[in-house]
Design a protein around this ligand. Structure first.
Ligand code: ADP
Length: 352
């Protein structure tokens, strides 16, 4: 008779009546003619029911085996199972972004210049041109991708794979989206600051199943600070695009942004400048251009910092409305969408 089958009838009353075999408590078993030896394994902290279990095992074997069989049940302290190492953010590898051709940060020296609007529409425009695109919204201070893409409140699926958690991006408009905003309660300000924010961002980018991409855009937090430095250090960005408005006072912010990528330690490529809100065009007068923030500020800044001007985006009511309604204007066939398609084309040229 199978010894293990017999030992399965012995339950551990302290462990929800699971049996000895289920609990992995049966060690070496030897069967010789007329003799059966069984070793029961106990954890280091002595089980108060050890004697009871040894007795029960012996009794079960005694009852089931032919009369006269010698039965020896011994106990042994089992070696403690090595504790499974908790995955740590520092263990994250670059595996998930190894198949991405260009990782490009979308940055601005300060908030409110339309960085996210440009990032989202650029991603959609690149996808319309046939590129495989992902966008990671790393703006911890105000993630806007969920609203701008109509994906507010979605919960990205997380799957366990070889002991690692992999997060699936949200696919919409032909782009793979991920946002730090998907991990915050709706309407709640994010309280991630400092190292916590850096770790959250690192996870949000390195744990996402991006797959094969031509472009992964990173919508960076506005400004320049520790979070930016750590993001640039952790994620192997090839370079960045800087978004600005044209007025002269924006120059100092652009300079800070440029320094962040061009300083000797980082030394990343600047793909170019995007001049947002370059002029105002009223919906009813599409030919008219009003240079309310001054003319050609972007052209001057680009030449001053020796980088290409990738595009000029007008202020158009539709851009704001589409941003608010979750349908980026770059999806449409409106003339305003063309500015983003031109921008995408230009960036693709600079990158390839
Ligand atoms: P940032 O990411 O730099 O903080 P956002 O992209 O969130 O800026 O833009 C701030 C606001 O300005 C949003 O309401 C957005 O819809 C609007 N906006 C940005 N660019 C334009 C534009 N070219 N025309 C009209 N509205 C714009």
């Amino acid at each position: 008779m199978d010894i293990l089958e017999i030992l399965k009838t012995v339950q551990h009353p302290g462990k929800g009546d699971k049996n000895l075999v289920e609990l992995g408590m049966v060690g070496a078993v030897s069967e010789t003619p007329g003799k059966v030896e069984v070793e029961l394994l106990f954890p280091k902290n002595r089980d108060p029911l050890a004697e009871y279990l040894i007795g029960s095992a012996r009794a079960a074997l005694y009852r089931a085996l032919p009369a006269g069989t010698e039965i020896v049940v011994t106990s042994k302290v089992a070696a403690a199972e090595p504790k499974a190492k908790k995955p740590n953010v520092n263990d994250l590898t670059l595996d998930e972004i190894n198949n991405v051709r260009h990782i490009i940060g979308i940055a601005s020296g300060k908030g409110g210049v339309g960085k996210s609007t440009v990032a989202v529409n650029l991603a959609v425009a690149l996808a319309r041109l046939g590129y495989r695109v992902g966008l990671a919204d790393a703006d911890v201070y105000g993630p806007s991708v969920p609203i701008m893409t109509g994906t507010e409140g979605v919960n990205p699926e997380a799957i366990e794979e070889d002991g690692k958690t992999v997060i699936m991006p949200i696919e919409k408009f032909g782009v793979k989206w991920m946002s730090i905003g998907y991990f915050a309660q709706a309407g709640q300000a994010l309280i991630w600051r400092g190292p916590m924010a850096c770790n959250a961002l690192k996870q949000m980018i390195l744990q996402v199943r991006w797959g094969v991409l031509d472009f992964l855009l990173i919508d960076m937090p506005p400004g320049t600070g520790d979070i930016h430095i750590s993001l640039i250090g952790d994620i192997p960005m090839e370079g960045a695009v800087i978004v600005t408005t044209p007025q002269a006072v924006a120059l100092a912010d652009v300079e800070k942004g440029v320094d962040m990528f061009r300083n000797a330690k980082v030394n990343k490529k600047l793909f170019g400048l995007v001049e947002n809100m370059a002029w105002f065009t009223p919906e009813e007068l599409p030919q008219n251009k009003y240079y309310i923030f001054g003319r050609d500020g972007g052209v001057k800044m680009a030449s001053r910092f020796d980088m290409p001007l990738l595009g000029q985006i007008p202020i158009v009511q539709g851009i704001r409305e589409c941003g608010d309604s979750g349908e980026p204007i770059a999806l449409s066939s409106r003339p305003d969408a063309v500015a983003f398609l031109d921008l995408a084309q230009r960036l693709a040229q600079e990158a390839d």
